[in-house]
Design a protein around this ligand. Sequence first.
Ligand code: PEP
Ligand code: MN
Length: 343
Amino acid sequence: MVIIMRPEATLENIVEVTRVVEAAGLQAKIMEGAQQKIIGVIGDKTKLVSVAIDALPGVENSVAISKSYKLASREFHPQNTVIDVDGVKIGGDEPAIMAGPCAVESREQLFAAADIVKAGGAQFLRGGAYKPRTSPYSFQGLEVEGLKILAEARERTGLKIITEVTTVEGIAPVAEYSDILQIGARNMQNFGLLKEVGKCGKPVMLKRGLAATIDEWLNAAEYIMNDNPNVILCERGIRTYETYTRNTLDLSAVAAVKHLSHLPIIVDPSHGTGKWRMIKPMAFAAIAAGADGLMMEVHPNPAKALSDGSQSLTQEHYLDLMNGVKKIAKFMKDENLNPIVID
Ligand code: PEP
Ligand code: MN
């Protein structure tokens, strides 16, 4: 349920509504609406049946939230969420670009990739130190050594770091070295991991599960949001009957998520297609569709990559792509072209 306060409601009115909600054993979260304050109520709303919320001073009305997820829903939080990662905004005016190799393979490889990523104008360096590989015999990542190399690359370039965490034990080391923690597609419904990662104090990027509906994805975000409002969604393609591409990149998820949720959404056309040639057109389309940014794999030598070389951009292709992305984003901003229809 959300309780919408009148524009002229006083601080005392808000405090009193919060007190009544909490006295009934529910949680109250105060948020800024466009014109007025909104109080989100979390928990079993039947506990409030005996309380005439709408009659409390300063209350305009109360509305039930129809979705099973609340904190992630736009009804609960009408304004877009903008996440500030040490001065870099995700969900703001500029697209947030996350680029780098699939995996951290060595210091030389990551530093070379970081220089390319930086030259193209991305703000975030990605690279897996813990790799959730389909085969147990494939390269599993450099683990803590990989995290340290990522942190060194941040020192060298000023790029922020995003890297995946795959286990509850991994949360503390990843949170120590990384600016954003990534939950991969395979762990989207690992609810124990989601609950714990919410407590890490850093923004979390939640990739869509391989076979997850948008509703399941937003419910997964809700687990993290119980402790942490700074959640970024990432569309990375879903399994369909198509085999030409590795996954089917669901760009319609951008429009759906923007309607249903206030959370920023990033598109990953590397995992979404599995083919480097398809990254540029899908990246352009994602920005035109209103995505808040991109995640892409870039490798100094994709032919030698230990994982996902076929969906990794070379320096030349990445720089060319970024040139186009910047032009599209600038054009859309200058022309005030907002593709998102919320109501
Ligand atoms: C990744 O981004 O490194 C990754 C493994 O992606 P996904 O979880 O989307 O498969
Ligand atoms: Mn990869």
